[in-house]
Design a binder for this molecule. Structure first.
Ligand SMILES: NC(=O)c1ccc[n+]([C@@H]2O[C@H](COP(=O)([O-])OP(=O)(O)OC[C@H]3O[C@@H](n4cnc5c(N)ncnc54)[C@H](OP(=O)(O)O)[C@@H]3O)[C@@H](O)[C@H]2O)c1
Length: 230
């Protein structure tokens, strides 16, 4: 299977790369340039033939176009696209301290970019392709009780809506789209206080992704396959 993962140089993205390579899949790991690629370079030494590293800043149209050209030199179709790249923005910021500059960047990376990446790469989709947008339970409007993280929560709620519209749009082509919550996981974003290890979250999500069928398209699932409220 061909799997493409965005934001793959660290955190959950890197662990997706690791586990898919481990079970023999062809993996395209995309990353933002000028960052630490030591983990991906280590994996490349071990998986010369099956790992391809391609730069892509998901929020840049030029970078998305360039990445697509490079991906097309490697593969003719995608079985799985994981829109994983994301950012938290300033955490625990409450009403009265919202930062305009930061808000649009978080929306751009978390909500708009995954849908534009999907649209750009759609020429590589075929019947049965699965698109997984890494969302968050913090994007669940009905479950929200907090008074902070306005922009992160809203950006993931928007990603959920985009995912639903994408699922509706691709249903006749039998392409599956879901937003998925990875759990609260130990990463730079999740912090050390998170209760879930990366290996467990990713193993769970891969199992859920394997089991997806057409009837799951447009559902909001977590890393254990549980349905979440919108
Ligand atoms: N960890 C959790 O508990 C948790 C919970 C719910 C949802 N999530 C979601 O899971 C996903 C992965 O998060 P994580 O915990 O692994 O966070 P992380 O450790 O902070 O990693 C974020 C990744 O996204 C990349 N990224 C950010 N902006 C990008 C851009 N414009 N173009 C390309 N790559 C970009 C980062 O690349 P750089 O190294 O270049 O910055 C990094 O690889 C995110 O969508 C996040 O919202 C995480």
């Amino acid at each position: 299977m061909n799997v493409l993962i965005t934001g793959a140089n660290r955190g959950l993205g890197l662990e997706f790369v690791n586990q898919y390579l481990n079970r023999g899949e062809e993996v395209i790991a995309t990353y933002r340039e000028n960052n630490d690629l030591s983990n991906l370079n280590e994996l490349k030494k071990k998986y010369q033939a099956t790992l391809t590293l391609i730069p892509m800043d998901v929020s840049s149209s030029a970078s998305r176009n360039k990445a697509l050209s490079k991906v097309k030199e490697k593969i003719s179709h995608l079985d799985i696209l994981i829109n994983n790249a994301g950012m938290k923005g300033k955490s625990r910021i409450k009403l009265g301290n919202l930062h305009e500059d930061n808000m649009s960047e978080v929306f751009d990376v978390n909500s708009i970019s995954p849908i534009l990446v999907s649209e750009r790469f759609s020429q590589l989709f075929k019947k049965g392709t699965k698109i997984v947008n890494i969302s968050s339970q913090m994007g669940s409007i009905s479950a929200r009780e907090n008074t902070s993280d306005f922009i992160y929560c809203a950006s993931k709620a928007a990603l959920n809506m985009f995912s639903k519209l994408l699922a509706n749009s691709l249903r006749t082509k039998e392409i599956i789209v879901i937003p998925m919550h990875p759990g609260w996981v130990k990463t730079r974003m999740g912090t050390k206080s998170a209760p879930i290890e990366r290996v467990d979250s990713i193993a769970g999500m891969i199992q859920v992704i394997d089991s997806l069928t057409q009837k799951d398209s447009g559902r909001f699932l977590d890393w254990q396959g549980k349905e979440l409220p919108w």
